[in-house]
Structure formats: C-alpha cells, structure tokens
Design a protein around this ligand. Structure first.
Ligand code: SER
Length: 318
C-alpha cells in the first residue's frame, strides 16, 4: 500500500488535471488532495478531496498540509510566459513565494518530497539554439524565465543546505487535449488543433519557421512520475532536468495536421510572444535525464497529431 499522501496545486490546470487523475490511479483517490483557485469541478478531478485555496496564502496552505498529513507536494500553480509579461510583479510573487513556503515546510520535516516544474524559459541569450545542454549559462529575458531560473536556484539551495528532496523538470511546450493551456507562448501548438477541427484554419501568432521544443502530455506525465519515483541517490541535477521531447515549427505542425485534414490552412501574424519564442532554444539535450532516471518518450509529431485530433473530435463532438 502507498504511504504517500499527495497535495497538488494548480490541479485544474493543463498539467494538473491529467497528473491528478494519474496519481489517483497509482495511489488511490483517498490519498490525493487536489487544490486550485477555482471551484471544484467534478468532471476535472478524480481526487477524493479538493481544497479551494490561493496557494499564496501561506498559513492556509500550511494548515491544509497538516490537516491531510501530506507527505508529497506537486506544486504546479504558476503564471505562464505570456501572462507573466503582463503582470510581472504578481508573476514573480506567485511563481516564487509558494515554492519557498513548500521548501520551508520540507526543511521543517512537515513534508518529505516536492515536485516543481521549471521551463525551457530559463534559457535565453548567448547560447546555441540547437541541442541545448543542461549546464549552459541561463540568461532568461522574460519575467517567467527569470522566476523559473530563480526557483531552480532555490531548489538547489534547499537541497544542498537542508537536504530537501525537491525535484524538477524544465518542461518544453506541453500539448494536450483534456484541459486547454493558458497564457503560454507555446500554446499555439494546442490552439491550432481546436481551430483545425472547428474552423479548418488557424492564424498563428508564432511565425512559420520558429522551432520550439514540445512534448505530448502523456509523455510529460510519465516523465514526471518517473522522476518522482527515482531513487534520490541517482539524481545528479538539483536545479531542474532538461527535457527535450520533439522539436517543430508551426509550418511543420500544420503539414502534419494537413495529412489528417487536407483542407486545413495556416496563416501567420506574430504578436509579442514571437519575441519570447525567439529567445528560447529550438531543441534540448536531455541525455542526463535519460541516464539518471530512464526518461523515454512514446509520441513523435505524427503520433501526437493523430492522437490530438482523435480525442479532440470526441471532446468537441465533431
Ligand atoms: N509552455 C510554457 C510557456 O509557453 C513554457 O514553459 O509559457
């Protein structure tokens, strides 16, 4: 039987909905507490408990941890890259302070393990675009990237100084059909599928030849679970692990969609997110994750496209 009692923040978000349901499958609904800012939505989470809470409310979060005797936290609540540019100070507060609160609780022995997502947004100027390694200089140019870079350093600090078991992945753009993404730069690669089915056309705010690393949600969830299940002594990265997934441009993704929906057309009109995309790598070297905890992927661009269209057609009743 499981001895873990899990709290997930951001449980109704793009990652949270899917991760919560997988954690329920593994640990049982009684051992999973979902939480978020919004009202509980029965169709979104199979966890036995839901706490509607603002993760910035440190006292309330601490109480929830105590009340449910939580051992493990998946702290997903965050403001993504696009939205963070519009609310920089709020983004900094939300993306950093609750993480520190959880690290403090782990230091005190209240919880034993934390997962916290970082992002390819930590990368920036002065590095090659392709096959970006784990230890390159981090030079983010966005509010989101700065907050993730600082968060990574805090994770490493709490591990080095206090032995806190906090684990992290630099997620690339995440593609999924269950819950829409919100406020990210890579979100075009999700929106495009909705529009392809509903309208047979899509206007991309990222230009045609801008490549970014992407990952299908199924692979992202499995990677997260693998990292969390790995023996602590096997982990060599205590900031955040690089994850590559696949790499494609809007033009390449449109060509894949056209194979399934021949009448689909894409057009391009860059907005402020183009500059963010240009500051990020095109592809990532994730060989350390592969070595440390057996990372592997199931979906390439064509399998992902087929699976997205199949599931979205069912969801949208098209
Ligand atoms: N998907 C995120 C974003 O675009 C990157 O981590 O903000």
């Amino acid at each position: 039987m499981t001895t873990e009692k899990i709290l997930i923040t951001g449980a109704l978000g793009q990652i949270g909905t899917e991760l919560t349901n997988r954690l329920v499958e593994i640990h049982g609904a009684e051992n999973v507490v979902a939480s978020g800012l919004d009202r509980w939505q029965k169709n979104l989470t199979s966890a036995a408990y839901y706490e509607r809470m603002d993760v910035s409310n440190t006292q309330l979060v601490r109480q929830v941890i105590k009340d449910y005797e939580i051992t493990t936290v998946y702290h997903l609540a965050s403001l993504l890259s696009g939205t963070s540019e519009k609310q920089p100070l709020f983004a900094w507060k939300l993306n950093i302070e609750p993480l520190l609160n959880f690290c403090e609780m782990a230091r005190e022995g209240l919880i034993s393990k934390i997962f916290w997502p970082s992002s390819i947004a930590v990368f920036g100027k002065g590095i090659p675009k392709e096959n970006v390694g784990q230890d390159v200089v981090l030079n983010p140019t966005t509010v989101y990237g700065i907050s993730k870079m600082a968060g990574e350093k805090w994770c490493e600090y709490y591990f080095d100084k206090h032995g806190v078991d906090v684990r992290s992945i630099r997620y690339p753009g995440l593609i999924s059909w269950k819950t829409p993404a919100g406020g990210g730069t890579t979100d075009y690669a999700v929106e495009i599928f909705y529009e392809a089915i509903e309208e047979k056309k899509y206007k991309s705010y990222i230009t045609e030849n801008t490549a970014m690393p992407m990952l299908y949600m199924d692979d992202a969830i499995e990677a997260t679970l693998q990292l969390m299940a790995a023996p602590k002594e096997k982990l060599t990265v205590h900031t955040s692990y690089n994850l590559g997934g696949m790499t494609f441009t809007p033009k390449e993704l449109a060509a894949e969609i056209k194979k399934e929906i021949p009448e689909f057309e894409i057009s391009y009109e860059a907005d402020f997110r183009q500059k963010i995309a240009e500051s990020w790598p095109a592809s990532i070297d994730d060989s350390i994750a592969k070595k440390d905890w057996d990372l592997n992927y199931t979906f390439d661009i064509s399998e992902m496209t087929k699976d997205m269209l199949k599931n979205l057609r069912i969801k949208l009743k098209k």
